[in-house]
Design a protein around this ligand. Structure first.
Ligand code: RP5
Length: 164
């Protein structure tokens, strides 16, 4: 069974990461979601990666804030794609998490998405786009979603546009 694994560093990340889970649900994509920290529970994080891979996790999404090392820790433990979602908050409101997540050393990639809610949603889309390489039904749904988004732009504009 193929699925996406979402790991958050803290329960405080859940409010934002719900948007990631909800997006996967909209497309009927299976996922697991757990809390595990690179710093507070390193053994649990390490063990979970192996368990999730054995169960069929094909893409990992890691969300963490502050000195965000969770995505990096995942990248160290798997060769599956790892997507990092930097969380806002802390003294630097996410800039620290963004740089910690994106600045990986060569050979250990983390695909870093935007801070906060947009990043949580985009992590789900990116994970689905990766899965859709070998899942034509999912690829068709993603394409359909793009068409709806394009139409929405036109409809929104029509409501307020001023043209000469
Ligand atoms: C990170 O520290 C977590 O991912 C969270 O974003 C941040 C703060 O965690 P809490 O102190 O709210 O548990 O590890």
């Amino acid at each position: 069974m193929n699925f996406v694994s979402i790991i958050m560093g803290s329960k405080s990340d859940y409010e934002v990461m719900k948007n990631c889970a909800n997006t996967l649900e909209m497309f009927n994509v299976k996922y697991e979601l757990i809390i595990s920290s690179a710093h507070r529970s390193p053994e649990r994080t390490k063990n979970y990666i192996k368990e999730a891979e054995a169960k069929g996790a094909k893409v990992f999404i890691a969300a963490a804030g502050m000195a965000a090392h969770l995505a990096g820790a995942l990248a160290a433990g798997t060769t599956k794609p790892v997507i990092g979602v930097p969380m806002k908050g802390g003294a630097m409101d996410g800039m620290d998490a963004m740089l910690s997540t994106v600045q990986m050393p060569s050979g250990m990639p983390v695909a870093t998405v935007a801070l906060g809610k947009a990043g949580a949603i985009n992590a789900a889309y990116l994970a689905m786009q990766i899965l859709s390489i070998t899942d034509s039904e999912l690829a068709a749904k993603i394409l359909e979603d793009r068409i709806v988004k394009e139409k929405n732009v036109e409809n929104d504009s029509r409501e307020i546009e001023v043209l000469i």
